[in-house]
Design a protein around this ligand. Sequence first.
Ligand code: UD1
Length: 371
Amino acid sequence: MKILAVVGARPNMMKMAPLLEEMRRYPDLEPVLVHTGQHYDRRMSQLFFEELGMPEPAYNLGVGSGTHAVQTAQAMQALEPVFIQERPDLVLVVGDVNSTLAASLVAAKLGIRVAHVEAGLRSFDRSMPEEINRIVTDAIADDLFVTERSGLENLRREGVAEEKIHFVGNVMIDTLRRHTERALALGMPAQLGVRPGEYAVVTLHRPACVDVPEVLAGVVGVLAELQRRLPILFPVHPRTRARLQEAGLAATLAAAPGLRLLEPLGYLEFLGLMADARLVLTDSGGIQEETTALGVPCITLRENTERPATIDEGTNVLAGLDPARIRTAVLAALANRHDGRGRVPELWDGRAAERIVAILRRTGASGPRHG
Ligand code: UD1
């Protein structure tokens, strides 16, 4: 069974790594890794392959950046001849980035089975590009692998046939469990001159936050206050670095020496920092899950989340983008000493890839969708 595994952007890498490793254990499976090249800087791409022990992709399609239509269309154009030439039995996609959508569309139209890992998540906010990617991918996928119970409910409500849906847990947490010890051994806090448990970590990259100068200025203003109480380490996504400049926030940042802007970090470096943080503030989807798995308090700078288990069960709090609400959430989090509160959601046990590959080996035998 030939499986084309498609990645494109940074958050795809840690989801695909355990799946590739698991597939390679079975001689009847032939995984072929394809990188669209949506992310291309070494620190957004190659570094993750190296740290996670992923093989070099068989194809790197060099799609790069662009508007949503341009990026998705270029990924589709580049993927189609690869799928035609390789004639896979299955295309495997993860997450919700533009490359996920592009690969699913191309495969579905060629009559190739599509398996989507991290299916069913819904923020119910269609202004998020990822929400559109998730809805369309799930509508055309044949096997839908779900990380949390809300995903099951969403897919059932959307009328997806029960036999396509598999509740398997979270592959990103497989990767986290596998690498936490190595990540902690790097001693990242010491390297950056902070003490374990006595610093905050921040990430921001979502258009709703960084592309609106007043919103970005409001968030940076709260961080400038917080850095007086706690050092803040802020690895900056390339998009965000550009927006900070454009929004004229250089002076605010210069006046806040406790708020340290870093280059984007590798997987291990970032995991090492997150695991020992007093607090994480983020607009990322994946980091909400990783902090829940680590038992580290997380304040999410968004109005909604497609990962409600991190709130209902884990350590996540939604604070939105209003500075007053963020400030209140930060003070509340600092008032409760971190005690590992919250529980880890069902099946986030490091064995999701095993379950997924077992199911693929069964369902793969049913052959291409359209005969
Ligand atoms: C993408 C995903 C988002 C994910 C994020 C993680 C979509 C719609 N969005 O957002 O879901 O959370 O990745 O990082 O797929 N850039 C570089 N170097 C790179 C990559 C990007 O400088 O290697 C800059 C470019 O200016 C580019 C911008 O970042 O225009 C945005 O990149 P893009 O891939 O379009 O989206 P992300 O914001 O990274």
